[in-house]
Design a protein around this ligand. Structure first.
Ligand code: ATP
Length: 745
């Protein structure tokens, strides 16, 4: 709390502030961009070096400044920077601050953890300070972030660095219930830090919400905000912002698309990519490992990894919220000896923030979706980033691994790649990502599947979660755009299902169609193995083994599970994986097992001869076993059995429908009560999300940001359908017969 100051003191302060501003303005040759320039006629992006950018400009002398106090910044900003122990500037800060303080538009690209946040927070504060912005001036700056956690983190940095300024700032993110309170106060805020959905909500719903005077717009993780997932929101937001403004875009993986820049009406933007000439696209202190892990061994590998790194802080990325929920719940029940946490878009906002803070403070394992992939700077360094599921592209990989090895600290990461995803390695290499490729050391694996199977028997809820995780994973692969890497048909589906502890492979409608058509077309693959991708896979692995970035230390010290000695074993599993026809045959075999009728038990007659199968069956009516050798008797028996099963099936379906109806009603009520939940942004592809947003806009004007909940609802209904339709009549018959059989054996 500040003590009230006297009138005289305030007057003096105003005068000295004005003198300081005059001085700053004379130091900085302030060049606001032309308001009327045509955004489509952008000049080619200049490839500038980080220092000495503004030759001939009075400001050029600051271009090479290596300390914050050498920059023409206000006393208030300098004091706060010093107090927060920010003294020496980073590359991107040195390169971008001179331009940003001049009022230029900037496209800033620098590696993860290299200090981009300060690079835009300082110009925002300085711009408003020099404009003498006050509460009555309203919104002066908007900073947009793709996720709520990142917005919260930027807000914290702003509070730190701006603590001596008198600006008001607000964090506007989805999932908060106090939207009405926000509406009342939003017009008094000078700096808004927000997610796109919530900002648009205020633009559309808040009476008199006015940002016509806004001076400076910032997009953090700009490439993400400009991609198709946020396209509609961003276009709507931009259309409501003044054309005359400064725009700053930052990301570790920057967009260079002229269309994107045109959408933002950038004026002569400075493209500052300070690490473009760098040998690697990722931080130099980051050690990166890629391992081939067959799908059915992923959980074994993850479990073994956790068990052998109990003293580390580990961030684990999985492809969907359902995966996160299942792995977290299952592993928690197995007590690995280190605290486990999970983070995904469908958690309540308060819980999300709490988990995020707890993980910042404590050594633990955090299972997360891509909500934690970008921008987050976990307080005490993350030791390991483990990518259990392959990221959708190289950019996503770079952001995920960038959660460790930040600023000047080191870090390690490991990516589990399926044999069918080996193309990813080539793409990483092409993008200058130095990975050390290695094979898993099988004998160090601690299998967890059998433990999971018993857990699933004990906890039916967990079984349901496992089924959903299974289906969502396959769907996430199915909807991936990059078909060079992601091919659902190459996955060992039954083995994967068993590895989750599931007793039977759940039915997946979209896949069944594919399998049928593939079963016909893949026969030729079996007779032409040399031409198949098998060869490619092996070739790739050989190439990567001779990777110049290879670091012996990693193999010996950092990841004890790795071993190249069992190369042959892995190769044979690769071969098995990449010939889909093999699996199709296997699958059929498995199915035959499931449908095994009563009577397949070997039975002998009085003379010791085996009786043919089906000769001996249980008479369910009388409760006795009987030998039904007469075909008519047998037919009659089966007819009765079929009728019974059909009846039971009908009843089951009725019950299931009723259950689903009740569930839907409950969800509706929850919704109506404004019980906001969130979407897992990874569960849906961009295009799916676009459709979702459209529908929502049309229907009831509910807003979307990185965290909306439509994905969940879609999935719930999708999964409900699957669970209700998953077990067919045939399978139910088989199951009943199997039960009878086991009762008699
Ligand atoms: N000049 C500096 N001196 C000391 N520490 C700094 C400096 N600049 C930034 N940092 C610290 O470096 C860390 C990473 O900064 P920041 O989060 O801004 O990185 P980033 O480039 O935005 O990363 P990402 O691409 O992952 O979003 C933070 O902990 C921040 O406090």
């Amino acid at each position: 709390m500040r003590r009230p100051k006297s009138k005289e003191f305030r007057k003096q302060q105003r005068v000295s502030e004005q003198e300081e501003i005059n001085l700053l303005n004379s130091w900085i040759q302030f060049q606001p961009p032309d308001s009327g320039s045509n955004p489509m006629s952008l000049p080619p992006l200049p490839k500038t070096s980080p220092v000495g950018l503004l030759e001939g400009n009075t400001y050029s002398r600051y271009a090479g400044a290596s300390r914050f106090d050498q920059f023409p910044l206000s006393r208030k900003t300098k004091d706060a920077l010093r107090e927060a122990k920010f003294v020496v500037t980073t590359d991107i800060q040195r390169a971008a601050l001179p331009h940003a303080l001049c009022g230029r538009d900037i496209l800033g690209a620098a590696k993860t953890g290299s200090g981009k946040t300060l690079t835009f927070i300082i110009p925002v504060l300085e711009k408003l300070y020099r404009e003498r912005w006050g509460p009555e001036d309203g919104v002066g700056s908007i900073i947009i972030s793709p996720t709520r956690e990142l917005a919260g983190q930027i807000f914290d940095v702003l509070k730190d660095v701006g603590k001596h300024h008198n600006f008001s700032a607000g964090l506007l993110i989805g999932g908060r219930k106090d939207v009405d309170m926000e509406k009342e106060r939003v017009n008094e805020l000078n700096i808004l830090i927000c997610t796109p959905g919530r900002l648009l909500q205020h633009m559309d719903e808040t009476p008199n919400f006015d940002c016509s005077q806004m001076q400076i717009l910032v997009l953090d993780e700009a490439d993400r905000i400009l991609d198709s997932g946020f396209k509609k929101e961003l276009n709507a937001i931009i259309s409501q912002l003044p054309k005359r403004r400064q725009t700053l875009l930052f990301s570790a993986t920057q967009t260079k698309s002229i269309q994107d820049l045109a959408r933002l009406s950038l004026k002569d933007p400075e493209y500052l990519s300070v690490h473009e000439e760098s040998v690697t696209a990722t931080p130099s202190l980051l050690k990166q490992i890629v391992m081939i892990v067959p799908l059915e061994q992923k959980l074994d590998m993850l479990w073994s990894f956790i068990k052998s790194h109990l003293q580390s802080k580990i961030l684990v990325f999985l492809s969907s919220c359902k995966q996160v929920k299942f792995v977290f719940e299952a592993f928690k029940k197995l007590h690995p000896g280190i605290p486990l946490k999970c983070l995904h878009g469908r958690m309540k906002q308060e819980r999300r923030m709490a988990i995020y803070s707890e993980f910042c403070e404590k050594r633990s394992v955090l299972f997360s979706t891509d909500v934690a992939a970008r921008g987050l700077d976990f307080n005490k360094a993350v030791d390991w980033v483990v990518q259990v599921d392959c990221p959708e592209n190289v950019a996503s990989y770079i952001h995920r691994v960038g959660r460790t090895a930040r600023y000047k600290s080191g870090g390690k990461s490991v990516l589990f790649l399926l044999p069918s995803e080996m193309q990813m390695l080539e793409k990483l290499k092409a993008a200058k990502v130095p990975v050390h490729f290695t094979k898993p050391r099988q004998e160090r694996l601690q299998p967890v599947s059998s433990l999971l199977a018993s857990l699933l028997v004990k906890y039916p809820d967990l079984q349901h979660r496992a089924q959903r995780a299974f289906i969502t994973y396959l769907r996430s692969i199915h909807i991936q755009k990059d078909k060079d890497i992601f091919d659902v048909m190459k996955l060992p589906i039954n083995e994967y299902s068993a590895s989750l502890g599931l007793p039977m492979t759940p039915k997946i409608r979209f896949l069944n169609q594919k399998i049928k058509s593939k079963a016909v077309s893949t026969k030729s693959v079996l007779v032409e193995p040399e031409d198949s991708s098998e060869k490619n896979v092996l070739e790739v692995s050989r190439n990567i083994d001779t990777d110049p970035f290879k670091d012996e230390e990693i193999e010996n010290d950092l990841f004890q599970l790795a071993d190249s000695a069992n190369e042959d074993k892995v190769k044979s599993s690769e071969i098995e994986e990449i010939i889909p026809a093999t699996r199709v045959l296997k699958k059929k075999k498995l199915k035959i097992n499931v449908h095994r009728p009563v009577g397949t038990r070997v039975v002998f007659d009085d003379e010791g001869n085996t009786l043919p199968p089906l000769a001996r069956i249980a008479d369910t009516q009388s409760g006795k076993e009987a030998l039904l050798l007469d075909p008519e008797q047998k037919a009659e028996y089966y007819r009765r059995m079929r009728d019974d099963l059909k009846k039971a099936d009908k009843e089951d379906k009725l019950i299931e429908r009723q259950r689903l109806r009740e569930k839907r009603i409950k969800q509706k009520m929850k919704w109506k009560a404004g019980n906001e939940e969130e979407e897992d942004q990874d569960d849906n592809s961009g295009s799916e999300r676009d459709e979702t947003v459209n529908r929502r806009h049309k229907k009831n004007k509910v807003y979307f940001d990185s965290d909306s909940e439509e994905g969940e609802r879609n999935e719930i209904s999708g999964n409900a359908r699957t669970s209700s339709g998953a077990v067919t009549l045939e399978e139910q018959e088989a199951l009943a017969l199997k039960l009878l059989n086991s009762m008699h054996s």
